[in-house]
Design a protein around this ligand. Structure first.
Ligand code: AKG
Ligand code: FE2
Length: 311
């Protein structure tokens, strides 16, 4: 395959990074020369971030959420504790979540057996014939929180993601009501007014080809929760399941489009969430501690082609 599936770089220039997010969607930075403090500051520069106030926020570098099987507050593991995690995007149960997810390898056990696999649809979409591209641009995926309704036959077990029991779950629910670009800590009042309110819902429909803020062309495909594929007028496609199966088989099941990141401490992986998915294939074994520092953000006003909804 000719198209780049992942971009490796040491260059932290933000325009370079934004260009790679638009054209490749997955970026790996190793030996980039940034300390954790530099990187925390750099994240403010990259995008807009929500106020950090969850159980797993890092105490010294509060933009980061601790993704770890370690106990972060004396009682609870960090986000996504210890189990495997099926293909997912940061944008799943609401429409307008943060568009970029970045992970920093913080504590990586020796002989780590929990890599993270990424796949982005930009090269897949590029390889489709023009007719199919035009057809996909008119389609929507319907999604539903109720996994019983989903096409996917190996549904994502939310409990299994060791996500969110008791207080963390309550915090996440409260946070999801505040997840709006305009609530970011580093957006100006003037810029805030450019954006429509975020849409909160556990069921609805997304554009299959997002109106991407940077102009990237790919598919938004929330694999585990898609329950139908419709056209602009909300008519279900008679071959909805075939379209679903084809995209899954030709893109997500295809090793050529996957990149598996074997972590070293200090590595950074940045991924666009409107066009890509990621997963953790294996859980974290007992007896070792693994920790990634996660931050999510929206593209900034000056980088966007539009301020409207992308999905
Ligand atoms: O721990 C991993 O490998 C992936 C974590 C993840 O999916 C996330 O933090 O969004
Ligand atoms: Fe994730």
């Amino acid at each position: 395959m000719n198209n780049e599936v992942v971009a490796f770089t040491k260059n932290t220039d933000r325009n370079h990074i934004l260009n790679l997010l638009k054209t490749v969607g997955i970026i790996v930075l190793r030996d980039h020369g940034m300390s954790l403090e530099d990187y925390h500051n750099w994240q403010y520069d990259l995008g807009y971030h929500l106020p950090p106030d969850v159980w797993c926020s890092h105490k010294d570098y509060p933009l980061f959420w601790r993704v770890t099987n370690d106990k972060v507050d004396g009682h609870h593991e960090g986000l996504f504790g210890h189990s495997d995690i099926e293909w997912h995007s940061n944008i799943l149960f609401t429409y307008d979540n943060q568009e970029i997810v970045s992970l920093w390898g913080h504590k990586i056990p020796e002989n780590d057996c929990s890599p993270t696999t990424y796949s982005n649809s930009i090269p897949y979409f590029k390889n489709l014939d023009p007719e199919k591209k035009a057809r996909y641009k008119k389609l929507y995926t319907e999604f539903h929180w109720d996994l019983e309704k989903a096409f996917y036959d190996k549904p994502f077990d939310v409990k299994n993601a060791s996500l969110l029991l008791d207080e963390p779950m309550e915090q996440m629910k409260a946070l999801s009501r505040k997840t709006w670009i305009g609530n970011s800590i580093n957006i100006s009042e003037e810029n805030k007014n450019l954006y429509k309110q975020a849409r909160y819902t556990f069921e609805g429909r997304y554009k299959l080809v997002p109106n991407h803020p940077l102009g990237a062309e790919g598919l938004f495909f929330p694999l585990t929760h898609i329950c139908n594929i419709t056209d602009e007028d909300n008519n279900a496609q008679t071959n909805a399941k075939e379209i679903f199966d084809e995209i899954k088989k030709d893109w997500l099941d295809c090793e050529d489009y996957m990149y598996t990141h074997e972590w070293q401490e200090g590595d950074i992986v940045i991924a666009d969430q409107l066009t890509g998915l990621h997963r953790r294939d294996f859980g974290i074994p007992d007896g070792v501690v693994r920790e990634l520092l996660r931050s999510t953000c929206w593209y900034k006003t000056e980088d966007r082609l539009h301020y409207s909804y992308s999905l």
